[in-house]
Ligand binder design. Structure first.
Ligand code: PHE
Length: 342
């Protein structure tokens, strides 16, 4: 019996000082103590040689020892598994990261920024104004008095509470506001959203973006206008693009013209985009009508000026060969993701 007690003590000490830190050492422990040929089994076998009167006590000791070994094994198992989990969840900096999708600029913004920067290089500064306008700034000051037939050219949204208010149909209204301030010479571009009561289709929308330009000083001529617009076209579309002016009519400019560029798609050969003509219209322009200058309190004998206006959507469609205007305002990610240019 004493022998049995000291053996159990010895094993206990051994077990307590054993280090189990891996799956292999855990398995080693299991085989050594709990296996079919393990020490627990063999020490249990010693019950046979214990005298009958001591069997009860010995049985108790052995049972306690069994529970001790088994619970030691169990907690060692938890420890090893836990450590393995830790190892697995440790940060592995060599793994590829989760990429965060990067946004891109809206194509209208890309083209807007490019146009603005070209005119800024020529000394134009940006002027902005309200989208809700009054009749004077959108029409009357621009030589479109009430009942002028050209008012019908721009299907206007009126604001029902006040017949004098409307959504601006062009940013020429901003030019009037700037001229009224009287700081001459004046060299501005007016970007902004404009509104027209049109049925929405692939080629027309009830709102779109414009950039209009205005230069007022002494001795400004049509040659200055042409030179400015030539420079713009070459910077915007490249040196190979051809330019032509066609006489046109706007109430606020005289003379007036529309400017075409050779078709960017077919290079002037003729295709569906240019309707087989080889040319596409990109803007309207002209010399500011003396009446408009006078309406803003500017001496038209002393000052002359030119103005021009273009739709950003139209230029974006030509640049990226977009065939449907509606794509610009639908915010479809599949469309927008394609424009990665800064
Ligand atoms: N305001 C005109 C439009 O919206 C464009 C334009 C501006 C034409 C300046 C001539 C001069 O259509």
């Amino acid at each position: 019996m004493d022998q049995l007690i000291s053996k159990i003590e010895q094993y206990k000490n051994e077990i307590q000082s054993s280090t189990i830190n891996s799956k292999a050492s855990l398995e080693e422990f299991r085989i050594k103590y709990l296996g079919t040929k393990g020490l627990l089994k063999s020490i249990m076998g010693e019950m046979k040689s214990v005298p009958v009167d001591q069997k009860k006590e010995a049985g108790q000791l052995l049972n306690e020892f069994k529970v001790f070994v088994e619970s030691f094994y169990e907690s060692a198992t938890h420890l090893v598994e836990g450590e393995q989990l830790n190892e697995e969840s440790q940060l592995d900096v060599s793994l590829p990261g989760h990429s965060i999708p990067i946004g891109s600029r809206h194509p209208i913004s890309i083209v807007h920024n490019k146009i603005v920067s070209i005119f800024q290089r020529l000394g134009f500064s940006i002027a902005e104004g309200p989208e809700i306008e009054d009749d004077w700034h959108n029409f009357t000051a621009l030589n479109l008095p009430e009942n002028h037939p050209a008012r019908d050219m721009q299907d206007t949204f009126y604001i029902s509470q006040n017949p004098d208010w409307l959504l601006r149909t062009h940013t020429s209204s901003v030019q009037i506001r700037e001229m009224e301030k009287g700081n001459l010479p004046l060299r501005i571009i007016c970007p902004g959203r404009v509104f027209r009561n049109e049925t929405i289709s692939a080629r027309a929308h009830c709102f779109f973006n414009q950039i209009e330009g205005l230069y007022i000083a002494e001795n400004v001529s049509f040659a200055d206008l042409k030179q400015t617009l030539y420079f713009f076209v070459k910077e915007m579309f490249g040196v190979d693009v051809k330019v032509r002016f066609r006489p046109s009519y706007f109430p606020f400019t005289e003379p007036s013209a529309e400017m075409d560029i050779s078709c960017l798609i077919c290079g002037g050969e003729g295709c569906s985009v240019c309707k087989r003509t080889g040319w596409v219209e990109i803007l309207g322009c002209g010399m500011v009508h003396p009446k408009v200058l006078e309406n803003c309190g500017i001496d038209s004998k002393k000052y002359t000026g030119f103005a021009f206006g273009m739709g950003i959507e139209r230029i974006t469609m030509l640049t990226y060969q977009v065939k449907d205007l509606r794509l610009f305002s639908e915010n479809d990610q599949r469309f927008l993701k394609q424009f990665t240019q800064a």
